[in-house]
Ligand binder design. Sequence first.
Ligand code: NIG
Ligand code: FE
Length: 418
Amino acid sequence: MNNTITSTQTVTHHWQTLWLNVNLATMTEAGAGYGEVTGAALAISAGKIVWLGKEANLPEYKKSEVDIIDGQGRWLTPGLIDCHTHLVYGGNRANEFEMRLQGKSYQEIAQAGGGIVSTVKATRAATEDELLGSALPRLTALHQQGVTTVEIKSGYGLDLKNEMKMLNVAGELAKHLPVTIKRTFLGAHALPTEFKDDADGYIALVCHQMIPAIAKEKLADSVDVFCENIGFNLLQTERIFTAAQQYKLAIKVHAEQLSDLGGTELAAKYQALSSEHVEFLSEQGVKAMSAANMTAVLLPGAFYFLRETQLPPIELLRKHDVAMAIATDVNPGSSPICSLQLMLNMACTLFKLTPSEALAGVTCHAAKALGLSTSKGQLSVGFDADIAVWNISQPAELCYQFGVNPLSALIQNGQQVI
Ligand code: NIG
Ligand code: FE
């Protein structure tokens, strides 16, 4: 007689939380729809997604240990990611909004000493507590709409002390709200008045003092430059990219927002993560982004608020398979709008993205723009359990309706925070 014993081995899972009776927009196959799973379940352990799929296919799990939640047919998406903001700043620029309505352009106001430089004055005059106090309601607004990760740029200090102050405040925000914050050093946002006739001198300060100090103190993950005729030229931009590379900081660029200077192509040579705004980007620039696997961060709020008429080259970005992220660009001058939900709507109405492209823009593609594509922005096993739970009957509703908050619950790192 044959004495071999055959057994079907069953593994019993030990999970912390199990959502039953939900629908998932996994956003795992960027560009290929929502990655929908209906009639689904999703399990969480130690802050990570550990199982997801059709509820009918659930494996064995230890029922006495797990906290089971009936999702009542709601939709789960990855927690939203706002990958481009300037949400720490002093004062506001409602006066410039009035000036623009009387016929002055954004560029004219900047050239006459207003614009970014006027926010620099207000930001330098503010204490850390004051900046924190004004930034918190903005971040709260995003968070309540399902945002679990936010990028925040400096760039209204324009000297080491005040840039560090801004980045410190950006870091502090995460102690007040359960949101993951990624910080970007944008020292080259505008020329401070004390360097009015010495742009190269200011760039030297950014490269030789500010970047090394900020890297040493680990105050930022990335470096950004406003490469534009009212910002910094290609040579100056390249000096900053070189310094960022030397200090192992990721590279991002504000480019082709108001004109086509070629900042995106330069950024591609430096393996930048993203080029942001890009309304004036040429096909050559799009090809360079594609070859360097960069993400295009589209900012419909700034497009709308500045009444821009030049659309970003969406068809070319699609043709060359460049990932498109969508963000608020929250800032006092070109996009004082703290709603990623409105951006989803504008990405569709103004830029003609499909709702699934727009949703990818605030999930998997936004994660890619921040260098987080292996841990955030998707509902996938092994990814961070940052999950938004929505009172909707189909994912397109997130882009379609505006003004009613559809968020039902929010999970960050496996913990329910709303
Ligand atoms: O992303 N373009 C440069 N920076 C911001 C605007 C900053 C401001 O006007 O204060 C932007 O649009
Ligand atoms: Fe910006």
